[in-house]
Write a protein that binds this ligand. Structure first.
Ligand SMILES: O=C(COP(=O)(O)O)N(O)CCCOP(=O)(O)O
Ligand SMILES: [Zn+2]
Length: 283
């Protein structure tokens, strides 16, 4: 069943585990996520970035995810990832998204607070949860690009002020991860996660989590991360499976035959993440 994002994240915060937030752009990704969640009995957040909505259309993404959630035996939230455009955020809420991110992290603190507070007031009025970001998460993906040197870690005191003045339901923090594939091994600032969690005592979000070593993910969850964003690892699973299938079956042109193994490969990757995050069995 489809639920508000805060319902899923409050449970994760209370019980000390993390929920995977997986990006979708097409039907196969939606199916892979729901099947993995059912298989591992895990709550799950299905999310689309503005780039994903541009590609598929907000109505298509909402319809696919709501249909999948309607028949699922686990709680599912539908989330806008990295919302920066007011109209886009409103269109998502109008289409039944149960959670939205307002990413105003490129602005100075006061401007970020102002923009975030406006979305919180409107989203909360209709029961939709809000995630915001403080500090700059590095890396490059379609719609996001923050040069590594501009990536700035979240300041715990700023975070306390930010949450008190905005009322957000969850906060994405910059602690050493970056979007997209890593060149070297990412080093997370665990002490910073610990201090922010102690100060805020609320659900915290880790972006740029693909490619982070399992032990680092588990330590981040132990210290208080409750939502973990994964996109690149699913893209790579899709790419691996399609490449292998087409190599072995160069003359097969039926999308059903080409995409089925890709859906399976994505499902297996996602189910493994759910076990590592500790959400397996929590639904
Ligand atoms: O944190 C993540 C994913 O991180 P990852 O790259 O480590 O999977 N995200 O918010 C996904 C961002 C996807 O944006 P776009 O569709 O514009 O490329
Ligand atoms: Zn992100």
């Amino acid at each position: 069943m489809i639920v508000a994002g805060r319902e899923i994240l409050k449970h994760a915060h209370k019980h000390g585990y993390a929920v995977g937030a997986f990006n979708v752009n097409n039907m196969e990704q939606v199916k892979a996520i729901i099947e993995a969640a059912e298989e591992t009995k895990s709550p799950v957040i299905i999310q689309a970035s503005q780039g994903g909505l541009k590609y598929a259309g907000v109505e298509y993404i909402a319809a696919m995810v709501k249909e999948a959630a309607k028949n699922a035996s686990v709680p599912v939230a539908l989330h806008l990832d990295h919302g920066t455009d007011f109209k886009q955020i409103m269109m998502c809420i109008r289409n039944g998204f149960t959670s939205v991110m307002i990413d105003a992290s490129h602005y100075e603190l006061e401007e970020n607070i102002k923009k975030t507070r406006k979305i919180v007031e409107m989203a909360h009025a209709v029961g939709v949860s809000v995630e915001a970001e403080l500090g700059k998460i590095g890396g490059v993906e379609d719609d996001i690009s923050v040069d590594e040197k501009d990536a700035t870690f979240t300041d715990p005191d700023d975070a306390e002020k930010f949450v008190a003045e905005t009322g957000v339901d969850s906060l994405a923090i910059a602690v050493g991860t970056a979007h997209g594939p890593y060149k070297g091994e990412p080093k997370l600032d665990f002490e910073r996660i610990k201090v922010i969690k102690e100060k805020l005592n609320m659900p915290l979000v880790l972006h740029g989590s693909s490619g982070v070593p399992e032990e680092s993910i588990k330590e981040a969850v132990r210290l208080g991360i409750n939502k973990i964003n994964i996109d690149t690892d699913i893209r790579m699973a899709f790419h691996r499976a399609v490449k292998e299938f087409v190599k072995k079956n160069p003359d097969v042109y039926d999308p059903r035959k080409i995409l089925s193994p890709a859906k399976e490969e994505m499902k297996n990757v996602i189910a493994d993440k759910m076990r590592i995050f500790g959400s397996a069995g929590m639904a």
